[in-house]
Design a protein around this ligand. Structure first.
Ligand code: ATP
Ligand code: MG
Length: 578
């Protein structure tokens, strides 16, 4: 393909609208353009990369035995009402009415639609297991669309749904998808990690997120420094102290102290001259069945997902100031466990504490020398806090490390949530009607491409992993007016195209500096440069985008050499470079 005929509107300047490298480079390389917040046009170069990601996904999904389908983007409200998500999904669901005033939404995901297909057309255990997937546009009205394709409102996703007759089958389907995802991301040239993730209020099932490690990631990947434990921050477990503090100090008499206007941990600690580790925070939540108090050490944070799971609530949120005042008898900032008549849940971290500070359930007052057991009891002492870097690993003697990551994929064992709500059943061998067990599996297509750029770039531009590159070879004659250069460039271009290689010929009448800058920016793996050395010595320069090394090849050897190099990179599993 000729550069002059392709729309590649590269930008020299850093686009002001972009914060992260991948977004900046996708704009600068002329891959994408913004149409509205979180809604993008894919220009030729960008689309080629997206198609590469999709093709890898498609090949690996097909290889796993999954079947490709295509479901509509527009979905009727009734299906969402059946699952209960018309209510629950919130504002990310873009809803609209047709001319008959019937409600619809733009699909943010397709559990309802796929379950509807299966409940209508799958009757017998003989039709199971089944795994159906699609590569489709999704719409989620994200509160903060940002980072380009990384968090769009309209974005491409591969979503797959498995249907099994029993738990064992469902676990096998999950395992197959897990392995398939590992192959997909490895083929995309990504360094990734599968981490344990939260399963939400459904519980009991399992879930992993596939994280690409990158500084700009929005997620935190928690991993052990010595074993292979890894989880996202929401899920990361904390080991209960293996060596409980037996040498505890002696409890001192409980004391009420005046703390006028001191509400936050910082204020109280400053005022009483104690460390946050010697204070216990009391947070009051409103759950499905009334208020709940959660206790956690002053320097720790409550993990609401863990708390919600422990107390068995679907919904749990911090109580309003009014509720707090009503149940504790004191304004916000002064609640404490002593004398508090409600469900009390404590983080296990307070087990070892002696003579700590808490609120006094009284305005402008705190209690000091509070002790668990002597002064108050709790219903549960469990892991309900957010992990911190350096915490002990829940699986071994190691310590937890924190890294930033980008979630590119998610595998999730759903169980019967949707089959129950939408009544998707099958008849087993005995003719008994049973619920189908489901799993769902998503990959963000644009996010995967963006993540690849986050991991593969330098200060000059993108360094595409060959498997995702829009072209494999760029031919760069430094001066197209020089007939010898352009003639040979044309010949090599022609020969490579004939052999099915994706090659871009920079046939523009531009200064060499402009051409080299664009070449580095758009990141095509192999560059063939025809310059002065060709005129003087008859040699052509051959260079990988990720290396400074330049090899000199004669014109007659060039096509074979290019083919050989591309083959070697393919066989090397696409990860020789970086
Ligand atoms: P996040 O926590 O990042 O919002 P999610 O949990 O909502 O992700 P899923 O519903 O599991 O994501 O969607 C499957 C995949 O779709 C994600 O792993 C991600 O790669 C991609 N994805 C989700 N939301 C977006 C988005 N707004 N823009 C681009 N890709 C997205
Ligand atoms: Mg989301």
């Amino acid at each position: 393909m000729r550069y002059s005929k392709v729309l590649i509107p590269t930008l020299r300047e850093e686009p002001a609208e972009a914060e992260v490298v991948s977004h900046k480079l996708m704009l600068r390389a002329g891959m994408i353009r913004k149409l509205a917040a979180g809604v993008y046009n894919y220009l030729p170069l960008g689309l080629r990369v997206i198609r590469k990601v999709e093709q890898i996904i498609r090949e690996e999904m097909d290889r796993s035995g999954a079947l490709e389908v295509l479901m509509p983007w527009v979905q009727p409200a009734e299906l969402w009402e059946e699952s209960g998500r018309w209510e629950d999904y919130g504002k990310e669901l873009l809803r609209f009415q047709d001319r008959h005033e019937r409600w619809f939404c733009l699909g943010p995901t397709h559990e309802e639609v796929i379950t509807d297909i299966v409940r209508k057309d799958v009757r017998s255990y003989r039709q199971l297991p089944l795994n159906l997937y699609q590569i489709q546009t999704k719409f989620r009205d994200e509160i903060r669309p940002r980072f380009g394709l990384m968090r769009g409102r309209e974005f491409g996703m591969k979503d797959a749904y498995s249907f099994d007759a029993d738990e064992q089958g469902a676990e096998e389907s999950y395992r197959v998808m897990f392995d398939t995802y590992c192959r997909i991301f490895a083929r995309c040239g990504l360094k990734f990690r599968a981490v344990e993730a939260e399963t939400g209020p459904i519980g009991g099932s399992f879930s992993h997120e596939f994280m690409v490690l990158a500084e700009t990631g929005e997620d935190i990947v928690v991993s052990c420094d010595s074993c292979d434990y890894a989880a996202n921050l929401e899920k990361a477990e904390i080991e209960r102290s293996k060596t409980p503090n037996k040498e505890k100090a002696k409890p001192k008499p409980l004391e009420l102290v005046s703390t006028p206007g001191m509400k936050t941990v910082e204020e109280v600690c400053g005022f009483l001259k104690v460390k946050p580790q010697s204070l216990v925070k009391t947070l009051i939540y409103q759950g499905d069945s009334g208020p709940i108090a959660a206790l956690v050490r002053g320097d720790h944070e409550i993990n609401e997902t863990k708390l919600r799971r422990l107390v068995g609530c679907e919904r749990l949120e911090l109580a309003s100031e009014e509720v707090i005042e009503q149940v504790s008898g004191a304004p916000l900032g002064f609640a404490g466990p002593v004398g508090l008549k409600m469900r009390l849940i404590a983080d296990q971290g307070i087990e070892d504490m002696v003579n700590f500070v808490t609120g006094a359930n009284k305005a402008d007052a705190h209690l000091v020398n509070v002790n668990l057991g002597r002064d108050f009891q709790v219903e549960e002492l469990s892991d309900v806090r957010v992990a911190r870097e350096g915490d002990p690993c829940p699986r071994c003697e190691g310590k937890l490390l924190f890294n930033r990551g980008i979630e590119v994929g998610h595998v999730f064992k759903l169980g019967t949530k949707y089959s129950k709500a939408l009544k998707a059943t099958y008849l087993d061998e005995q003719g008994t009607e049973r619920l189908i067990i489901m799993g769902c599996y998503g990959i963000g297509v644009g996010r995967t491409a963006a993540a690849a750029i986050e991991q593969h770039h330098d200060d000059k531009g993108i360094i595409f992993p060959p498997a995702l590159a829009p072209f494999q070879v760029l031919i760069l004659p430094v001066n197209v007016k020089e007939e010898r250069l352009s003639g040979v460039a044309e010949n090599i271009h022609h020969s490579l195209e004939e052999r099915g290689i994706e090659v871009l010929l920079d046939d523009r009448d531009e200064r060499p500096g402009v051409k080299f800058k664009d070449a580095d920016l758009i990141g095509i793996p192999l560059r063939v440069t025809l310059g002065n050395r060709f005129i003087k010595e008859g040699v052509i320069e051959l260079k990988w985008r990720w290396s400074e090394e330049i090899d000199l090849v004669r014109e007659e050897d060039m096509v074979d050499e290019v083919l050989k190099r591309l083959k070697s990179i393919k066989e090397g599993g696409d990860d020789e470079h970086s």
